[in-house]
Design a protein around this ligand. Structure first.
Ligand code: F0G
Length: 447
């Protein structure tokens, strides 16, 4: 059966601030009445939980591309396209939930798992949202799609646009994204512009571009992106046999992903798929912490943009578009926020690597944050925790190599931090090409 025939998900676009319902979205995906963000809402009830669960697992065995997608197999909780054939899919989603035994010991919790969204086709969680939003762009008959990005959105958008026969325009902060991500956008065929500004500056320029040219905006202000990104949380629950963990921990940048994961949990609870909500907590880098400041300063009633600086370039964002949605998620689920230092991020990344999993720097803020939440007593040692790892370890090899070679902080760390970091460093050794040299290295290493 096609996607459209089976789906029950008639949807509306609703303003998150004034509640006005819109038939369709304007170029900037903002409410024409008050200018705030829109979200997808579903006026009709979805089916019975047991029927939904059964269809979702049956579809995994299907040979049809939309069923094989770990996004579209959950179509009852997604907005429906008019025609199923419009789906642009790279078989995204269906990502693993790994246990992290070493990290659990380090963080001081008994049950720690990671939902690895870096195992998506272009190496990040963005693919789950992109399959939905790019498909809507094609349905609306746009020829061009565009985004501002710290790298992963652009890689994902470029891939999905090309798969769907669309052209893509990428705006990137010059010199502030990893080579891996930049190279993906080039290979997947985007028109790639490196602007002499930061991510927030790229967003400003892009909002003007979409007003002046017929290009479809694919940043996470696009509510269809958020819908696709919900599926990470749905899969987590499915993988845990619908028993929610006590805590979900998500990195925070532009705050679309935390909003999506929260929206999914609320909708699953409403649909009777889960009996209670996990607490969703958001972690930012100390140098890019506008949400942490807002929550601590005024309980999230207003947000003051900051100038963002962090080596976790994916989350180097000072003026997050979806902050109001994220605040609602924190409040609805009883989660919290925290911030982590550059040293804590680097250490946590190497620890996740040493569990045989690995991730990019921005994803490692989750483990670094968990350690702080345990120390604060917010997460108890007996509680279950799932970290959302957002990007693949190969996304930023320069960071990884610099860390293991001891160059990342170029001697800037304090002595006591240096010791902790050194314990996690595994620099490559250069040897003469003979067995004796290698055996000597092996015996030194085994001591
Ligand atoms: N982790 C990674 C690996 C990311 O690429 C991003 C965002 C985030 C976390 C934060 O997610 O913005 O939804 O709060 N990357 C965007 C980009 C901004 O352009 O690729 P968020």
């Amino acid at each position: 059966m096609t996607q459209a025939k089976e789906s029950t998900s008639i949807h509306q676009l609703r303003c998150i601030a004034c509640g006005a319902i819109q038939k369709s979205a304007g170029q900037n995906f903002r409410c024409p009445a008050c200018g705030d963000l829109l979200e997808v809402s579903f006026p009709k009830k979805v089916g019975k939980p047991e029927n939904l669960r059964a269809s979702w697992s049956e579809r995994k065995l299907s040979l049809e591309s939309a069923n094989q997608s770990g996004v579209w197999r959950f179509r009852e909780l997604l907005p429906a396209l008019n025609r199923g054939e419009d789906v642009i899919t790279l078989r995204e989603g269906n990502t693993p939930l790994y246990s992290l035994p070493r990290c659990a010991r380090i963080a001081g919790v008994e049950r720690l798992q990671a939902k690895h969204q870096g195992m998506n086709p272009t190496g990040s969680f963005k693919d789950t949202g992109m399959t939905v939003a790019a498909s809507f762009a094609r349905q609306e008959q746009f020829q061009w799609v565009a985004c501002a990005s710290t790298g992963n959105t652009s890689a994902s958008m470029a891939a999905y646009a090309s798969r769907g026969g669309l052209r893509s325009l990428v705006l990137l902060p010059e010199g502030k994204i990893s080579w891996g991500k930049l190279s993906q956008a080039l290979d997947y065929g985007a028109l790639t512009c490196q602007l002499k500004t930061d991510f927030d500056g790229c967003m400003r320029v892009l909002s003007e571009v979409v007003e002046r040219a017929p290009v479809y905006l694919l940043n996470s202000v696009n509510p269809y992106r958020i819908e696709g990104q919900k599926t990470a949380a749905i899969e987590v629950m499915e993988q845990l046999e619908w028993q929610p963990p006590d805590h979900l921990i998500v990195p925070g940048g532009n705050l679309g992903n935390s909003s999506a994961i929260g929206k999914a949990c609320l909708e699953m609870k409403e649909a009777g798929l889960i009996a209670r909500l996990p607490k969703i907590s958001i972690i930012q880098a100390e140098g890019a912490n506008p949400l942490v400041r807002a929550m601590r300063g005024n309980g999230g009633t207003s947000l003051t943009p900051v100038h963002a600086e962090t080596m976790a370039t994916a989350i180097r964002i000072g003026n997050p578009a979806s902050w109001k949605k994220a605040v609602r998620v924190l409040q609805a689920t009883g989660g919290t926020v925290d911030e982590v230092s550059e040293v804590q991020i680097a250490l946590a990344k190497a620890e996740i690597g040493a569990d045989g999993v690995g991730c990019e720097p921005a994803s490692a803020v989750t483990l670094a944050g968990l350690k702080k939440l345990v120390a604060r007593g917010f997460v108890k040692s007996g509680e279950s925790v799932v970290l959302i790892l957002t990007g693949h370890v190969l996304k930023d090899p320069e960071f990884t190599l610099n860390f293991h070679r001891g160059d990342l902080f170029a001697g800037a760390e304090h002595a006591e931090q240096g010791e902790v970091l050194a314990a996690q460093r595994r620099a490559p050794v250069v040897l003469e090409a003979n067995a004796n040299a290698v055996l000597r290295a092996l015996s030194q290493h085994r001591k």
